[in-house]
Design a protein around this ligand. Structure first.
Ligand code: NAP
Length: 334
């Protein structure tokens, strides 16, 4: 289908800041795919905290690259058109993709995506389940497999993993992936989500608002080989008490104090380490995304959907994410 000259609905912002009020519903031309791109019709997109952090200006001056900017990286949809260099997809294919933070574009009826960052969506995986996966599950996967050295087929040595914010987008995938890797999982979340997090496979769950939860104390006395840290405000001293001899804290939101601790621990050859983690799109992204989608298809991994919003109410999805209390993923549908 040739979409040249057609208009689409999209949500974009024009400057840093403004939160929900900064989002504007517009009609803009449907983008044309370049040689290595596919044009995708939106079935579902998911919001990640980084989307509104970019709007806040936390990654300025690099992101967004220009205004106005259509945010959101995680999209499931149907291929409408393929660039001449794309051989692995055709019109009508159902797919899931991850856009670079630099390009965004997901909060719209159509978007263009690199063929090399796109994978098929099997019918067993709904668009919403698929759209939840890219940033959150790839981050959980990276933290566990690369930083923590967990083997997802369970063939590695048994490790003790702590997942902080286990009810969130990243955390709920991290708990499930860590269990696939045959680890012992301690998880923290709010009281209302403790049963859910247990049902995802966590061996023990702490309410982060209790003294034991705040102290990250494992009820069974475990010392953690790795901590997937998807929150803020926990001092190194609290982590240190709970880490095993060579334990690592994998910080998903590294601030200044994390970078200091990271440098200090490296320079002093300390055994307990702080590891700042940033998800990057690279040559392994497509395969990893494909494997994660397959795990969902096989029923080994699930996407918990917090809530769904129509594109016409995308600002409500944005507000929900900014509020910081999502349970699983926030989804936007056309
Ligand atoms: N570095 C990277 O490449 C990368 C990639 C992805 C995400 N991130 C970052 O990782 C963080 C988590 O992302 P996300 O998508 O999982 O966020 P999210 O879905 O918005 O997380 C919300 C959840 O976190 C829980 N929570 C918040 N503070 C907590 C604490 N101190 N202890 C336990 N639970 C807590 C909340 O529980 P309650 O509602 O009960 O408070 C809520 O269920 C964000 O800061 C995000 O920007 C970084």
């Amino acid at each position: 289908m040739n979409m040249a000259g057609k208009l689409m609905r999209a949500v974009q912002y024009y400057s840093y800041g403004g939160g929900v009020a900064g989002l504007k519903h517009v009609e803009v031309p449907v983008p044309a795919p370049k040689q290595d791109e596919v044009l995708i019709k939106l079935e579902a997109a998911s919001i990640n905290p980084v989307d509104w952090k970019i709007q806040k200006g936390e990654l300025r001056p690099f992101l967004p690259p220009k205004f106005p900017f259509i945010p959101v990286t995680d999209v499931a949809g149907e291929v409408v058109e393929c660039g001449s260099g794309v051989k692995n997809f055709k019109a009508g294919d159902k797919v899931v993709t991850i856009h670079k933070l630099l390009s965004g574009g997901g909060l719209a009826e159509f978007c263009v995506a690199k063929g090399s960052q796109t994978v098929p969506r099997p019918p067993e995986v709904s668009p919403a389940e698929a759209a939840g996966i890219p940033v959150a599950a790839l981050t959980a996967h990276l933290a566990l497999t690369q930083s923590a050295g967990v083997k997802l087929d369970g063939s590695g040595p048994q490790k003790n993993i702590l997942v902080i914010a286990a009810s969130g987008g990243v955390g709920h995938y991290a708990v499930q992936l860590a269990k696939l890797g045959n680890t012992h999982v301690t998880a923290t979340c709010g009281a209302r989500n403790m049963e859910l997090v247990k049902s995802l496979g966590a061996d023990e769950v702490l309410d982060y608002k209790t003294p034991d939860g705040a102290a990250l104390r494992s009820p069974s006395g475990k010392k953690y080989d790795a901590v997937v840290y998807g929150a803020t405000g926990i001092p190194w001293s609290t982590f240190e008490l709970n880490l095993s001899e060579n334990g690592k804290v994998i910080d998903l939101e590294p601030g200044v104090s994390t970078m200091w601790t990271f440098a200090l621990k490296k320079l002093t050859f300390a055994k307990k380490q702080m590891v700042p983690l940033y998800l990057r799109i690279n040559s392994e992204t497509q395969e990893n995304l494909n494997n994660l989608v397959k795990l969902v298809k096989e029923g080994k991994l699930k996407t918990v959907v917090d809530s769904k919003y129509p594109l016409s109410k995308a600002e409500d999805a944005w507000a929900k994410s900014m509020d910081g209390h999502a349970t699983g993923k926030i989804i936007v549908e056309p």
